[in-house]
Design a protein around this ligand. Sequence first.
Ligand SMILES: Cc1cc2nc3c(=O)[nH]c(=O)nc-3n(C[C@H](O)[C@H](O)[C@H](O)COP(=O)(O)OP(=O)(O)OC[C@H]3O[C@@H](n4cnc5c(N)ncnc54)[C@H](O)[C@@H]3O)c2cc1C
Length: 199
Amino acid sequence: MDSILEFVPQLFYPLTNGPIMGHRMNVQTRETDVAVIGGGAAGLFAAIYAAKGGASVMLLEKGVTGRYGATSCALWSIQAPFGPRGMDARDSPEVMFRDIVTNGRFLGDQNIIEVITKTACDRILDLESYGLKFRKLEDGRFYQTPFPGQTYPRSVFVYENGYAMSMALAREVQRTEEDNGVVDTKGGQDDTLGIVRVF
Ligand SMILES: Cc1cc2nc3c(=O)[nH]c(=O)nc-3n(C[C@H](O)[C@H](O)[C@H](O)COP(=O)(O)OP(=O)(O)OC[C@H]3O[C@@H](n4cnc5c(N)ncnc54)[C@H](O)[C@@H]3O)c2cc1C
């Protein structure tokens, strides 16, 4: 340090409530019913359902919605116990629950596993209605392949991959924003938050 004067701004840092070198954080305050943090499959689904249920929603994604996180890297398979609407009529949420709990050596949270097994088929149908393409048999049933740990073939086949799923969800978020009449994709953009959507 050439001069003790260079040190002076740091002394006042707690008083000015901002970083040194004169740079201040741009703090914005917004109200919302639901704030969703993360724009992967979980966050995008949560945002869509909260908005369609009548809540105002703020979706906070540190990167680019639909392009960051594990969802956009995922492969082609999603487990869902379609039973008669899939490859084996004997499959059911109860069989899938047992498979996951026992093959997971009882490590998984059984409350979450129960929700997943009971709702997986409905979320697949949601994704299909958002435009995601699944491999189907000629009679309309879902084509499913067996994976280790499954009593019956249970993995539905997503054409393309997780990126297509992210994009289908992101497009549905866009449609939901438009339906709700408020679109604001600019507010809050800065180095830390990436994109904030309010709808
Ligand atoms: C290579 C790969 C292949 C896979 N293949 C399959 C498969 O075939 N089938 C399958 O079922 N599963 C697969 N998975 C697992 C599956 O992709 C994930 O379990 C699932 O996508 C997780 O979704 P998520 O929404 O919880 O998290 P993510 O998709 O990771 O979303 C989290 C989001 O939160 C954002 N974020 C994180 N921190 C912050 C913050 N502080 N502020 C704001 N935003 C933040 C991230 O940028 C990201 O966009 C695979 C995973 C990988 C990596």
